[in-house]
Design a protein around this ligand. Structure first.
Ligand code: ADP
Ligand code: ADP
Length: 228
């Protein structure tokens, strides 16, 4: 059974359909990159998976759970991690506690255990030495690595990325992409919106190309990028 199943998902803003009849399956361990022009519905699609946007028609099923308000949504959000373009860190918490908070509040870990876990994750994203700083003291690339560690702390079944490098200065893009590549190499299931074509070609198992709220094509990166 796929981790994410979307069937006939339609999303309207007023009369405008941002998503039209989206069908998409994502299997465990897959890395799927959403490409398409600005405004084609990529961000809306991933936001429908954890109900940051509600959808009007169809079904989104995550790990066998239909995504809808209430208990199902809380369960789904525990299984679906999200990394945002603008980092969305808590400014008044240290780096370590930004990562530890989710496990404390949602998984009921003690602060000591959650901070221990947070330290391991900080080492994994390569910024162990930044643990006691506040987000504003970090570079954008470092902040996004905290964002990734925070998502991983919940041990999600799948990670969603909404343009994770678009807010970064160019010299910091590579360090964040390297962390994401590492996750892909270790079998993390991921759905990403990104404009980094070299990354998409190297790391994606499948490319999903969207236009005007529809999926126009699903292809392997080799097929997608070598077409005349
Ligand atoms: P992409 O991520 O591909 O750039 P989006 O999913 O952000 O596209 O947006 C798809 C379309 O939906 C765009 O035309 C956008 O203007 C519109 N849209 C997105 N969010 C809203 C909103 N909250 N209200 C009205 N229109 C929206
Ligand atoms: P509260 O005000 O109780 O923190 P929230 O609505 O902020 O409620 O979040 C409820 C739960 O959903 C929290 O565990 C939070 O970590 C999680 N959550 C919030 N936004 C997202 C998201 N975009 N993706 C995944 N989980 C989220």
């Amino acid at each position: 059974q796929p981790i994410i199943q979307m069937r006939g998902v339609t999303k309207r803003f007023g009369n405008f359909a941002a998503l039209r009849q989206i069908d998409l399956d994502i299997e465990a361990g897959e890395v799927v990159v959403l490409l398409g022009p600005s405004g084609s519905g990529k961000s809306t699609l991933i936001r429908c998976i954890n109900l940051l946007e509600t959808y009007d028609e169809g079904d989104v099923v995550v790990d066998g759970i239909r995504v809808e308000e209430g208990r199902a949504l809380r369960q789904v959000r525990e299984e679906v991690g999200m990394v945002f373009q603008a980092f969305n860190l808590f400014p008044n918490l240290t780096v370590l506690d930004n990562i530890a908070l989710g496990p404390v509040r949602v998984r009921k870990l003690s602060w000591a255990a959650a901070r221990e876990k947070a330290r391991r994750l900080l080492a994994r994203v390569g910024i162990a030495e930044q643990a006691d700083k506040y987000p504003i003291q970090l570079s954008g690339g470092q902040q996004q690595r905290v964002g990734i560690a925070r998502a991983l702390a919940m041990e999600p079944r799948v990670l969603l990325f909404d343009e994770p490098t678009s807010a970064l200065d160019p010299e910091m893009v590579g360090e964040v992409l390297d962390v994401i590549k590492g996750l892909a190499g270790s079998g993390t299931t991921m759905l990403l919106v990104t404009h980094e074509m070299g990354f998409a070609r190297k790391v994606a198992d499948r490319i999903v190309f969207m236009e005007a709220g529809e999926i126009k094509e699903i292809a392997s990166p080799d097929t997608f990028f070598t077409r005349p």
